[in-house]
Design a protein around this ligand. Structure first.
Ligand SMILES: [Fe+2]
Length: 334
């Protein structure tokens, strides 16, 4: 299946609007390492939130098949991320032209063929030389099942199973860049996991909008000409020190220093795409919510039909691994 996507070149008509995004990134100043909230549920206890993507990454060594020790692979994907807006609320002044970008709204309508677009979040991603982002599809959302109630790997499997599409909230994701970057291509599979990857180069004032909940994507390694990736761990921060300089810090200790032009900076925009107001109202009022037990019963019934389980298996880690294995099929040729 082929997925539509929309490219923007340029994203903003005036270069000054794009340059203002770089200044905004500096003004925000301090970026934590992306850590994932937990939904505490019995099924799959002990698995990481993105067990699906992590497992595939460790097995494959990423798109370029590099089989390094686990701590090196982990440091490579521990990138920095902060929110610039939540819902339609700016969390930093100056994000409004991006949050309400008409081009993104029009493109979101186009790819999902749904007229009612409501911004959900804007966040920044910063990666240092040597880092990459493992192939994955984003965490989708369903009425009654989101990352607050349901493990992320399960939400992802629900999307790929196609058993819960009546409850899915289609989301459009725009990803924008505000500098030219060496390496760090946005790699994605618009023709599905069986198709070829497109490695899209990152350039100043450009963007792409795509259904990242359905299309596998990742980020190729950011150019690391010399030296090694420092041991980046959760809890560290990336801090703007002024004068085009950044540092990775563990508390007050500087772990590494970077020039602006060595980093990879992107800003993501996500929006819900509703068919009409009644669908939006059902989402807001929780009038038609899924429940975890029913989700698992539905998946088990389907797994039984596919010959993957017998009877009524316990809702445990083994079942979680079977669900991931059966429904989330990663691109074969990476
Ligand atoms: Fe993603």
């Amino acid at each position: 299946m082929t997925h539509d996507y929309v490219l923007f070149d340029p994203l903003f008509d005036g270069e000054s609007d794009a340059e203002a995004m770089v200044r905004l990134c500096e003004r925000f100043g301090r970026y934590g390492m992306y850590s994932q909230e937990n939904a505490d549920t019995e099924i799959g206890r002990g698995l990481t939130q993105r067990h699906d993507a992590a497992q595939n990454y460790f097995r494959s060594g990423g798109r370029h098949g590099r089989h390094d020790p686990v701590d090196v692979l982990a440091a490579r994907t521990n990138y920095f991320r902060e929110e610039y807006a939540y819902g339609t609320e700016p969390l930093i002044d100056g994000i409004e032209p991006f949050l309400f970008h008409d081009g993104f709204v029009d493109a979101a309508r186009k790819i999902h063929r749904r007229p009612l677009i409501e911004p959900a979040i804007v966040f920044a991603n910063l990666m240092v030389p040597g880092q990459e982002l493992a192939l994955h599809t984003d965490v989708p959302e369903f009425r009654g099942a989101n990352r607050k109630t349901t493990p992320q790997w399960l939400l992802v499997a629900m999307r790929h199973s196609k058993l819960f599409e009546d409850w899915r909230m289609p989301i459009a994701t725009g990803v924008a860049w505000f500098h030219d970057c060496k390496g760090g291509e946005f790699a994605f599979y618009p023709d599905g996991p069986g198709g070829d990857a497109v490695a899209h180069e990152v350039a100043f004032n450009t963007a792409i909008l795509v259904d990242t909940d359905s299309v596998f994507h990742g980020v190729d390694p950011v150019d690391l000409p010399t030296g090694e990736l420092p041991p980046l761990k959760p809890g560290m921060h990336l801090v703007y020190d002024g004068d085009e300089q950044w540092s990775a810090r563990n508390g007050d200790d500087v772990v590494a220093r970077y020039r602006w032009d060595e980093l990879r900076f992107s800003v993501s925009w996500k929006a819900y795409c509703f068919a009409d107001e009644s669908e939006r109202d059902a989402w807001r009022s929780h009038a038609d919510d899924l429940e975890l037990e029913w989700i698992l019963d539905r998946l088990v019934a389907d797994l039984r039909e596919r010959g993957r389980v017998d009877g009524d298996p316990p809702r445990d880690r083994d079942l979680a691994l079977t669900i991931i294995d059966e429904y989330i099929r990663f691109p074969a040729s990476q």
